[in-house]
Design a protein around this ligand. Structure first.
Ligand code: EPZ
Length: 420
């Protein structure tokens, strides 16, 4: 198994260009099944989850061409013999595979999709997805670990209020409703920028989707779609990760290719912690920030502080002078990085969904284990500031969601390499 070796205490300076968003690309790839016309996706991050989704689409019958140099994917789903199946072998490693359910149902009226099952951070149920699709008229049963769904007469628009906020469920139902007969009103939607990027993509393709309020969407079902070319938005979690790296050990580190308006909450909190930044519309300079102050924060659905930056924020809290606190409100088991950080000398106490971090605490390099995507990158961040060397095992977790991580950090003077 591959490992990452990080030598600590090297000041980061230079520029990191942020890649396209994994969490915008995955639902857009799922939505591509709706259309028989050509789709050209630009600025796609060629990370493992995106490649797995492409393999799933190919298995079902998509004609997909990936250009790794240009970071674009050409898709043609004209195939009349599309397999309406998403097997466990794909969905077990890339849970977002469940989002093909909405597009298969909408276009073909039939789908057999593996239940994604849980992962390290939680049980990850899909009941809200199924609730929304049933409200659109789908008949759904679960058998042998699979979701069997059908809508013989097609889907019909409905009024749907999500019982709780779910990114994936909102995406699945938006995609399904795009081809439903009549009008759908969705309330209590997740409103992450990646979902707005999905609705922009669908509208370019010919859908008729409008955001009526922060968490309210109106969808008028359409009959067919046209060719579309779409640029995926920047990855705001990758951006947040590298901004925190700059706050930890940067000196004039530039993070470019972003839209800072989608990072307002993160910027406000980092400023409160004493991180010095120069902010422009599409880039941020992080300056040397010697005095980090403690904060008390909680993770929330967008526009709150994102759960996907919780692990990275905890590493910054180890540098704060005093006691910080972070409450994880989204997933039930998302502190697996804490024991590994404590092995590096951090002083973090976890009680239920609350972690208390005492600082400032010097970290020492150690051999550590990655457990999930964002936990693994928090160990890289810890390695950047620790004394001596840190070796991170199971970096396949990292490869699911970060494109060229080592290369980007090495270009900014980090000492990081992969051991094969
Ligand atoms: C998306 O996951 C992201 N993944 C996650 O990013 C992100 O952490 C999460 O949204 C929250 O922002 C992608 O976009 C591919 P949810 P998703 O449905 O859609 C519960 C990363 O690191 N829930 O908003 O699965 C669920 O268990 C990944 O890039 C139900 O109970 O998240 C969780 O507690 C990790 N029933 C909460 O809702 C359901 O039917 C939020 O989950 C669906 C969700």
């Amino acid at each position: 198994m591959q490992k990452l070796k990080v030598k600590g205490k090297n000041i980061l300076s230079g520029e990191i260009k942020i890649s396209g968003s994994k969490n915008a690309t995955l639902p857009i790839l799922a939505a591509s099944i709706l259309s028989e016309k050509k789709i050209d996706l630009k600025r796609v991050p060629l990370v493992k989850d995106v490649v797995t989704m492409c393999h799933l689409l190919k298995y079902m019958g998509s004609n997909i061409k990936i250009n790794s140099q240009k970071k674009n994917i050409l898709i043609n789903n004209k195939n009349k013999k599309f397999k309406k199946i998403a097997p466990y072998s794909f969905v077990k490693t890339m849970r977002a595979g469940v989002i093909v359910l909405g597009s298969l149902l909408a276009r073909f009226g039939k789908a057999k999709v593996s239940l994604p099952g849980g992962c390290a951070i939680g049980t990850r149920p899909v009941d809200i997805h199924l609730y929304g699709l049933k409200r659109l008229g789908a008949k759904i049963k679960i058998k042998n670990g699979y979701i069997f769904a059908e809508a013989k007469k097609g889907l019909t628009g409905a009024q749907i209020r999500f019982p709780s906020i779910s990114v994936g469920a909102t995406e699945n139902v938006i995609i399904a409703a795009s081809l439903a007969k009549g009008i759908t009103y969705l309330k209590n939607c997740a409103c992450e920028p990646e979902i707005k990027n999905l609705t922009d993509f669908l509208n370019k393709m010919g859908a008729n989707i409008s955001w009526l309020g922060k968490r309210e969407i109106k969808i008028i079902g359409c009959k067919k779609f046209n060719h579309v070319s779409h640029q995926v938005m920047f990855d705001r979690i990758e951006a947040g990760t590298f901004i925190i790296a700059g706050a930890l050990i940067g000196k004039k580190l530039k993070i470019s290719g972003i839209q800072t308006r989608f990072l307002n909450t993160e910027i406000k909190i980092l400023r409160k912690m004493g991180v010095r930044m120069q902010i422009s519309k599409d880039y941020i300079y992080i300056l040397h920030s010697p005095k980090i102050k403690p904060v008390k924060i909680k993770t929330e659905p967008y526009p709150g502080f994102p759960t996907d930056l919780q692990a990275q924020m905890i590493v910054l809290m180890t540098k704060a002078k005093g006691k910080s606190q972070i409450k994880e409100n989204i997933f039930e088991n998302r502190f697996m990085h804490v024991p590994e950080l404590n092995r590096m000398g951090a002083k973090i106490n976890t009680l239920g969904n609350l972690s208390y971090v005492e600082g400032p605490q010097n970290l020492n390099g150690a051999e550590v284990m990655a457990t999930d995507l964002r936990a693994s990158v928090s160990l890289v961040l810890a390695g950047l500031i620790a004394n001596n060397q840190t070796v991170i095992n199971r970096v396949y977790h990292l490869d699911r969601g970060y494109e060229d991580l080592e290369k980007k950090l090495r270009q900014c003077k980090a000492k990081i390499s992969r051991i094969f």
